[in-house]
Ligand binder design. Structure first.
Ligand SMILES: [Fe+2]
Length: 227
């Protein structure tokens, strides 16, 4: 049993080590100020639609499906953080992100009207698979967003402030994800994987979900190339 859990942790770590989100070209280029303002704006609009606009609902779906009380508590807190910012005492994450987007000079109308790229569609549809997958696979689906993407946010918020005129307030969305909030969510995701993903078939599915999700998020981060 111990070996099994170790091996699934190792497989997940190997996937993340290969993806290296902390040094994703998007994060590195924003930190160095190498993207045009239009590219940053393009990525921001697609990130909103493909990655975070509906996150409270994805987590709430996981809450509804979860039969384990202690994990349900963690999930509902996570959903409340996404929707309202209750743990970070800020605001709903889409609200915070729109403040950032607004500082880039994008109006709410422009943001909402932006056509989704295939990358944003693929990412949002992947997160909506929370409705179809077994309840204990929510950890596999949410792990990349909560354990890996904050690593990229550290560089992104640094570059946004230095090169793209984003204020500390405008960077709140990135700051709260780079700080403590996501650590607890990561712990819940790993706990469900270690304790409930036990059969060979479920472990294979778990790894497939992590790989697919990490790949789709990577593609969505590269979407700046289209602008
Ligand atoms: Fe969030």
């Amino acid at each position: 049993m111990e070996m099994r859990t170790n091996s699934i942790d190792k497989q997940i770590n190997d996937i993340f080590a290969k993806m290296d989100f902390a040094n994703h070209p998007l994060a590195v280029k924003i930190q160095k100020g190498e993207l045009s303002k239009e590219q940053v704006k393009g990525w921001a609009k697609q990130w909103y639609h493909g990655f975070l606009g509906d996150a409270d609902r994805w987590v709430a779906e996981a809450f509804v499906k979860c039969p384990v009380e202690s994990m349900r508590r963690a999930l509902i807190l996570n959903a409340c953080e996404e929707a309202l910012g209750v743990e970070s005492k800020t605001d709903g994450h889409p609200v915070l992100f729109r403040k950032f987007v607004n500082e880039l000079g994008i109006s709410r109308e422009e943001l909402e009207a932006e056509p989704l790229t295939p990358e944003a569609w693929a990412s949002t549809l992947n997160f909506w698979t929370i409705r179809e997958i077994p309840w204990y696979q929510f950890g596999a689906l949410f792990l990349t967003s909560e354990s890996e993407i904050p690593l990229a946010y550290v560089k992104i918020m640094d570059g946004l402030k230095k090169h793209y005129g984003v204020s500390d307030e405008g960077n709140t969305f990135f700051r709260i994800h780079a700080a403590e909030v996501d650590e607890e969510h990561t712990a819940t995701n790993l706990k469900v994987i270690r304790e409930y993903v036990t059969s060979e078939r479920d472990r294979e599915e778990c790894i497939a979900i992590v790989k697919r999700t990490a790949g789709l998020i990577d593609s969505l981060m590269n979407v700046y190339q289209k602008y």
